[in-house]
Design a protein around this ligand. Sequence first.
Ligand code: NAP
Length: 351
Amino acid sequence: MTSFRVGLLGATGAVGQKFIKILENHPWFQITALGASKRSAGKPYAEAANWIESTPMPESVKQLKVLECKSELFKDVDFVFSGLDSSVATDIEGDFAKAGIPVISNAKNYRTDPTVPLLIPEVNPDHIDLIHEQRFTKDGSGWIVTNPNCVAVPLTTSLKPLHDAFGISSLVVTSMQAISGAGYPGVPSLDIMGNVIPYIGGEESKIRQEPLKLLGTLSKGAVKYADFPIEATATRVPVINGHLLSITVGLKMKADLDEIRDAMNNWKSPIHELDLPSAPEFPLKVHTDPRYPQPRLHADSEGGMQTAVGRIRQAHVMDVSYIAMAHNTVRGAAGGAILNAELLVRKGFLK
Ligand code: NAP
């Protein structure tokens, strides 16, 4: 397997640091360039980043000089991961794609672009072919692939078996989102300690839109969105990692609880056979203990790449209710983007 030289934009942020931690021993990808804002540029990474991971900063990045996020400074990389703030991601990611440098992004900016794949490899790997519709460069060398919002990931992964087996007619979801989802320094401690904040700006519209693109079908170079209404309430809770969701679903075909559990338990990921280094053995785990899943106990399952489901029960309104949970900065951000890159390698888009 070829080794890829990888650039990382937004390297100093919460998601950027998670990329560095996960990629430390990656068999295919080696970080060779780091980018952040002008505030950090010019400094060695060890000085620029306020390291918040629980494992030591890898030696391989400590002395790398942080660069401004300009494509001409990243000529020697094969592609970049982006953990950029959304206020700057449109211009910077577009500049890289136009310069022929593929971008695998966490930011929201291009997720709803009709030519950009919004990807969960276990849910919609075929959407990768949307890349052929992009026109950043004449020769197709520059393109953008995105991973979804950190709530949309466990939500859509858990909905996928139900959507395939029974069809979804409606959905109500309330998220209890960890503070690491707000980046660093994020939410002031006086706001969140011993408290719940019943509003996260901009979050609910992403939760309403992204599952419909992810569950949509690709035909003739376009995604036809799934068509069901979603009601979403996003809240912030004093949990460090792991977004927990309370979900109620209406189904097009009636199904009893055994059939619903079977659909989730028997669901086979379409990328199972591809042997991708970051792919979890079980992307969807159904817990039967009604106390589970819990962020503190289960956010790190399978390296943080698993979506955990529990409390599947008959709903008194609509059809079925359950809880879903996943690690927001791993499965919902850096780890998800790395899995996207691995799929892009296997499918020949990165070589
Ligand atoms: P963060 O901790 O605030 O980090 C933001 C990064 O963007 C930093 O590296 C920062 O560099 C860089 N940046 C800011 N302004 C810049 C500029 N003008 N030019 C170049 N770089 C600039 O945020 P985060 O939580 O890591 O999130 C990063 C992205 O991932 C966001 O788009 C977010 O919505 C998305 N995301 C986050 C999560 C999560 O759970 N946290 C999940 C999914 C997606 P400096 O340090 O130099 O300022």
